[in-house]
Ligand binder design. Structure first.
Ligand SMILES: [Zn+2]
Ligand SMILES: [Zn+2]
Length: 265
């Protein structure tokens, strides 16, 4: 049975654990190992039990924890051939780096995983589409400046979608960031705004969509209620009764196993 554990998402760190029976797959490792273990402990988990980590891109909010993993011969770290050389594993780590290609699937236990290219200012960034043993599909895409064809195709028809809803355009415009950073965020290789993500939903959200997760919200340039309003309006227009959850930067939460939401205190 699936349990998705969102350990946190945003510019201060990203990591999502996919748990299926004895399989533990982590998407990104953007918190220190210590912090990850603190968050995992609330769900009875520990990094030592993770068999594989799929990396989306080399920005520190996605890979910052790799250095602290320690000696793990049985751990596989998957990433594109552009991303892998940019990763800094700790000196003691013997984790195996496994190069992957967008569009080609590979397996982590019973999970079938496929990376797809995204448009972002990193060397070779990707999102992931995972086919679960029960036939459902999970698509995860954070950090994308525009919804490129590969991302749209990979996310379309997924039952579970985690997608970035990074900023509110007005808050970004009038916010404290220097203009050069504002320009970067708005660019085709930056981050999706609430209205851009809302406008994308008609292209990716089908009748099978069960749950939408809004991820990588900016703490400076967005508010959870603004992201929720924009995305809910779009779902309503499509006539979809999909669940919508905003993923938090600081509080971990889980989905699946009928447990509803569990939060850290
Ligand atoms: Zn990021
Ligand atoms: Zn990034």
């Amino acid at each position: 049975m699936l349990e998705l554990i969102f350990l946190g998402s945003g510019s201060r760190g990203n990591a999502t654990l996919i748990r299926w029976d004895q399989t533990r797959l982590l998407i990104d490792c953007g918190f220190t190992a210590r912090e990850l273990n603190r968050r995992l402990a609330a769900f009875g988990e520990h990094l030592d039990r993770v068999q594989a980590i799929c990396i989306t891109h080399e920005h520190s909010d996605h890979v910052g924890g790799l250095r602290g993993l320690g000696q793990r011969e049985d751990l596989q770290i998957f990433g594109t051939s552009g991303t892998l050389p940019a990763l800094r594993l700790g000196k003691r780590s013997e984790a195996e780096k496994v190069p992957i290609q967008p569009g080609r699937s590979f397996r982590v236990g019973p999970l079938e995983v496929m990376a797809f290219s995204t448009s972002h200012d990193a060397i070779d960034p990707v999102g992931y589409r995972i086919t679960l043993p029960d036939g459902r599909h999970l698509g995860l895409a954070t950090d994308l400046g525009i919804p490129n064809d590969e991302a749209v195709e990979a996310l379309s028809g997924c039952e579970l979608i985690g997608i970035e809803s990074n900023h509110d355009p007005d808050m970004l415009e009038h916010g404290p960031y220097p203009w050069i950073l504002k320009r970067r965020i708005r660019s085709n290789k930056g981050h999706l705004s609430n209205p851009t993500t809302a406008a994308l939903l008609p292209r990716i959200a089908g009748d099978r969509l069960e749950q939408l997760f809004a991820m990588h919200l900016s703490e400076t340039n967005n508010k959870p209620e603004l992201a929720r309003q924009a995305l809910q309006k779009s779902l309503d227009r499509l006539g979809l009764k999909t669940g919508l959850r905003i993923i938090d930067q600081h509080q971990a939460s889980s989905y699946g196993r009928g447990s509803g939401q569990m939060k850290l205190l």
